[in-house]
Design a protein around this ligand. Structure first.
Ligand code: ADP
Length: 328
């Protein structure tokens, strides 16, 4: 492998996701394997601006593959959105002679890296680290699988109490712009309805579905609602509306919130985190830049960054159809 780069920096940025540590570990160890110095940049792009950087070696990343969160910490850094901030970041990289970056983060983080690459010529490879799964060019992003399992387990527990009290639960899961978590967990837990931003379900249809659930003799009903769904102004307003129209229902709301981001990464996320981290380093060594590493049809692939950011991953509406068959 011919090296066209001198030193690699790695950072995690934006919302954290389980599996980020597996990817950091893979970047650090494969850099060492290929005899390239690797630096950890702390708190996302903020660490580039404030010079919060430490050289890492294979032992620095021991015992982290099973840990949630990110040992490099993450942040949202507004300064990096300005050209002055990015110039400061470039000066910090020059100080350490770092000429290439691996960024593990979501849509915004990869967009920032792309702009930085264009402005300052830093070689840049992105790893999609987000539970939202909203990037094109990869069937799943790092952390998404763990988040699905965490949400499914939590809703299973809610189901236990819903059955005991014959209640209707509205469970809000993460997904401001995308319904991936809602759609898949909804199907997995047997939701009566799944409300997602990509599909407009009228409140009338929702009420009719809940009436059907009651008359079918169901002892508990769960509706999974993505954060970004627009059926109601909020999940609480939706609950009030249902109680007004269907007074026989005792409605409760549960917002799963940040617990969906945490926890030990699943086997799948550890494996793809490792594959993505190694491939990111090897891509840089091959002289590649401005690509996002993803996984498609079981194989690691690379997508041009612009396509990955702008493309938006598409939900599988077939799952919605199947969910309706299941809630007969
Ligand atoms: P995520 O990466 O999870 O989508 P954000 O959208 O908040 O999270 O982005 C994380 C960080 O990436 C921002 O705080 C900022 O530092 C950087 N970033 C996002 N968008 C841009 C942009 N257009 N230009 C430069 N930096 C950006």
């Amino acid at each position: 492998m011919t090296s066209k780069i001198k030193k690699i920096g790695v950072l995690t940025s934006g919302g954290d996701s389980p599996g980020m540590n597996a990817a950091v570990r893979a970047v650090v160890r494969s850099a060492e394997f290929h005899k390239i110095d690797c630096f950890g940049i702390y708190k996302g792009y903020e660490g580039l601006i404030s010079d919060d950087i430490k050289k890492l070696n294979a032992r620095s990343v021991k015992n982290i593959v099973n840990k949630g969160g990110t040992i490099l910490k993450s942040a949202r850094c507004l300064d990096f959105k300005t050209s002055e901030g990015r110039l400061k970041a470039k000066q910090t990289l020059d100080k350490y002679e770092i000429d290439s970056l691996v960024v593990i983060g979501g849509n915004g983080s990869l967009e920032g890296g792309k702009i930085f690459e264009e402005e300052h010529g830093i070689k840049f490879v992105g790893i999609p680290g987000t539970i939202d799964n909203d990037l094109a060019g990869t069937r799943c992003s790092l952390g998404y699988d763990t988040a699905l399992n965490t949400a499914t387990e939590a809703i299973d527990k809610i189901r236990d109490t819903a059955i005991s009290h014959h209640r209707l639960f509205l469970v809000e899961v993460m997904g401001r712009d995308a319904g991936f978590i809602a759609l898949n967990t909804g199907l997995a837990i047997g939701a009566q309805e799944i409300l997602i931003p990509e599909v407009n379900m009228s409140s009338e249809n929702l009420i009719n579905s809940l009436k059907r659930s009651k008359s079918a003799g169901k002892t508990s009903t769960i509706v999974v609602v993505a954060e970004g769904d627009k059926t109601g102004d909020s999940v609480f307003q939706l609950a009030n509306m249902i109680e007004e129209k269907l007074p026989k229902y005792e409605v409760r709301v549960s917002v799963l919130g940040h617990m969906q981001r945490g926890g030990s990464p699943s086997c799948f996320d550890r494996v793809i985190g490792t594959q993505m981290g190694i491939t990111a380093v090897e891509s840089l060594l091959n002289g590649e830049s401005r690509v996002m590493i993803g996984i498609q049809n079981g194989k690691i692939n690379k997508t041009d960054l612009s396509k990955a950011i702008k493309g938006k991953s598409k939900i599988n509406k077939e799952l919605l159809r199947m969910s309706k068959i299941m809630n007969t």
